[in-house]
Design a binder for this molecule. Structure first.
Ligand SMILES: Nc1ncnc2c1ncn2[C@@H]1O[C@H](COP(=O)(O)OP(=O)(O)OP(=O)(O)O)[C@@H](O)[C@H]1O
Length: 336
């Protein structure tokens, strides 16, 4: 596993005035997913491509587990870093198996039989039945399926790092959501350190442990989705993440900050009767369940051991909403 650290990394393209990436410093902890968002031209792709040295920095450093990428052989480096882009770029005259095998082969250490096994493993991992897909050609696959092959290929060398540049950008909304779910599922197994460029804030919030917001080459804010929603660093971030949308905020706020041990709306004799909800659910999910079941409270349970950690009621959610409105009002005031 590998940590990626950016230290005052700067890129100035020849013949341009403003730097494309301007003294950016942050760290992606190993095994986590960091989403890069921001306006068009804010330097996201440039930042990403400096990690595998497709672009060389002007100054600053990028460290992988403490080692500067500039001290590594670029080919060796790219073997350890998977790269997935929107234009999958499969070789049209090679079968799916050959497309994946060629990358695994480069990594070396596999004999023919092991290589075939590896291809099948990877196809399984990305949700394509090997027997059905391994001998097809790229043109015989849908866009989403081709993107899966792109991901399988990037994982072929078992890299510690995955760089993903709008990999699902060209897919329709339903396929994109499915691919996002697949990536979450795969990441639960493989624990790669992922840096992912996205134009879609919902995607960034769904996939990211951390989200980095870029503007004009600078890092404006880094935080978890909840941090960005609750405390956007400035108006630009607030607008980008939709922090003034209360329902959206409820979708990301966990219920555990709102739990009540002895809600007045439930008499103690009926505590055992109320519907349950995972204590990792969001306030939005709790709100929906309260409306659906018409119950006065939900019991929050730890999904691991079914232990009750508290209760959530409509007044609790109302209070959370009032707090969000107050925060929003004070943010607006501080802008004036
Ligand atoms: N090869 C290049 N030569 C000169 N300028 C470049 C080059 N590549 C990118 N730029 C400029 O650097 C800036 C950052 O570009 P970059 O592609 O990193 O942004 P981005 O945030 O990924 O944009 P988008 O979201 O539109 O893909 C832009 O102003 C772009 O015009």
């Amino acid at each position: 596993m590998t940590t990626i650290a950016f230290n005052k990394i700067t890129k100035r393209y020849k013949g341009t005035d403003a730097p494309a990436v301007d003294e950016v410093t942050f760290e992606v902890p190993e095994g986590s997913t960091c989403m890069l968002v921001g306006t068009s031209g804010s330097g996201k792709t440039t930042l990403l491509r400096m990690v595998n040295r497709l672009i060389e920095p002007t100054s600053g450093e990028i460290l992988l587990n403490g080692k500067n990428v500039l001290q590594e052989n670029p080919i060796e480096l790219r073997r350890r870093i998977g790269y997935v882009i929107q234009q999958v770029g499969l070789f049209p005259h090679m079968t799916i198996a050959e497309n994946i095998r060629i990358t695994a082969d480069i990594a070396g250490g596999w004999n023919k039989q092991k290589l075939n096994q590896r291809v099948d493993e990877l196809l399984e991992l990305v949700g394509l039945t090997p027997a059905e897909y391994r001998n097809r050609f790229p043109r015989q696959l849908s866009g989403g399926q081709q993107q899966r092959v792109g991901l399988a290929r990037a994982l072929a060398t078992d890299p510690a790092i995955l760089l993903m540049d709008e990999p699902f950008g060209a897919l329709d909304a339903i396929t994109r959501a499915r691919m996002q779910d697949e990536l979450l599922r795969i990441q639960r197994d493989v624990h790669k350190t992922i840096l992912f460029v996205s134009h879609d804030i919902e995607e960034a919030f769904k996939l990211g442990d951390q989200v980095v917001v870029m503007s004009q080459g600078k890092l404006v804010q880094m935080g978890t989705p909840v941090e960005l929603l609750a405390r956007p660093a400035n108006e630009f971030v607030g607008q980008l993440v939709g922090a003034d949308n209360i329902l959206r905020q409820l979708q990301y706020l966990p219920i555990d900050g709102t739990l009540d041990n002895r809600p007045e709306t439930v008499s103690s004799a009926h505590w055992g009767d109320v519907p349950t909800i995972s204590n990792q659910a969001t306030l939005f999910e709790a709100l929906l369940k309260l409306l659906e079941t018409n119950a006065s409270a939900l019991a929050a349970e730890d999904p691991q051991n079914q232990e009750r950690t508290g209760y959530v009621t409509l007044p609790d959610i109302n209070q959370a909403i009032s707090q969000l409105r107050k925060d929003e009002a004070s943010r607006t005031e501080s802008r004036i």
